[in-house]
Design a protein. Structure first.
Length: 361
């Protein structure tokens, strides 16, 4: 299911060092399972009972969105996908409608590299059935080349969908929506908004490594660790860098090393290039920091797929000026704004700092 774990770095709340705090302040923390992943909700507060109530309400909201936005499990998005194949206009369920127009606009800005219309391709690869690789136990093989070519002939895109207020139709029966590179970001935005509405001022909402913060953790900003794509052991992945996030900022990563399978010595991960139907190859990971978690989610995927040749152009078009890329040659490429926040923990990594694509291209 694409609404599960969008692969990438797992972010860890760093608890290193001491923090000035009054005796009444504490970190209220709880894990829930939704969107196919463990979600960590951390609230810095003097009122633990209020925090627990807020966590319970946000948990209910997240489960509702997970069910509504699943592309194949019989919820509202499943019904939308069924009706799109008829070619006739229909009224979209209110729970799904907020995803359509923003996703269409982001797809256009990314030159179609972020493409939620390729749900059938995701199913062809069976990545909709794959959770984090080492937890799945599922034997995976790549689809036949003939099937990928047949899908590409239909070339479903977001601009195949006509949106007229709440009425929607599609001119391409191959369109099947899968918002796995966007829905989690939108859900994270909503979770933070809900916490604010409930009177929470300082929180971190971490959905399987993609996260957004509210306020601070005591007297300092929330500090998170970014795990390395290069090393892995039974204890997990070491931290390759640490970064501070400011109020309302989100951090999203697309990476090739959490949801994948190996077949005949080749690594296949879930970030599929809609232009050729195969996993993108240039980068290990792309990390985006932005206040809009939905945009960060979509942009991390689009820039990952864009690769070395086009990533700066796509970043500019999507308005991204804080990002970090780790490529296959162990280079860490950062914009100036990102470099000001990051503390690199891996001395072997080669760092390159560039000006923001938003202002220089």
């Amino acid at each position: 299911m694409r609404l599960m774990v969008k692969t990438g770095f797992f972010f860890l709340l760093l608890l290193l060092g001491s923090c000035s705090q009054s005796p009444q302040e504490q970190l209220v923390h709880q894990q829930i399972f939704t969107f196919g992943t463990l979600v960590d909700i951390s609230i810095w507060t003097k009122d633990s009972e209020k925090a627990q109530q807020a966590i319970a309400e946000v948990s209910q909201d997240m489960q509702f969105l997970h069910d509504a936005w699943h592309p194949t499990k019989g919820g509202p998005l499943t019904r939308v996908n069924q009706l799109l194949k008829t070619g006739k206009p229909f009224s979209v369920n209110p729970s799904v409608l907020p995803l359509l127009q923003p996703a269409s606009e982001l797809s256009e800005k990314s030159d179609g590299l972020f493409n939620p219309a390729i749900g059938l391709l995701v199913q062809l690869w069976q990545f909709d059935q794959l959770d984090i690789q080492h937890n799945s136990g599922k034997v995976m093989t790549p689809p036949a080349e003939e099937k990928i070519k047949a899908f590409l002939l239909q070339a479903p895109k977001m601009n195949d969908i006509q949106i007229n207020d709440i009425r929607v139709s599609s001119s391409n029966p191959a369109v099947e929506l899968d918002f796995g590179a966007f829905a989690k970001g939108v859900a994270v935005n909503r979770a933070i908004e809900k916490l604010q509405d409930l009177g929470i001022k300082n929180a971190l909402f971490n959905a399987g490594g993609d996260l957004k913060v509210l306020g601070k953790r005591g007297e300092r900003h929330w500090r998170i660790g970014i795990r390395s794509p290069f090393y892995h052991s039974e204890q997990g992945r070491p931290v390759i860098a640490a970064i501070e996030l400011h109020d309302q900022e989100s951090a999203f990563t697309s990476g090739d090393y959490e949801r994948f399978f190996e077949y005949q010595g080749k690594h296949y991960h879930h970030i599929i290039d809609p232009r050729n139907g195969y996993p993108a190859e240039d980068f290990h990971s792309v990390t985006i920091v932005h206040q809009d978690a939905g945009l960060a989610d979509a942009a991390a995927t689009a820039i990952f797929i864009a690769g070395k040749k086009d990533w700066q152009r796509i970043a500019k078009q999507m308005g991204i000026d804080m990002l970090m890329i780790i490529d296959k040659e162990k280079n860490m490429i950062m914009t100036e704004k990102m470099a000001q926040r990051i503390q690199v923990e891996d001395s072997d990594i080669k760092q390159t700092i560039i000006k923001s694509p938003v202002t220089t291209l």
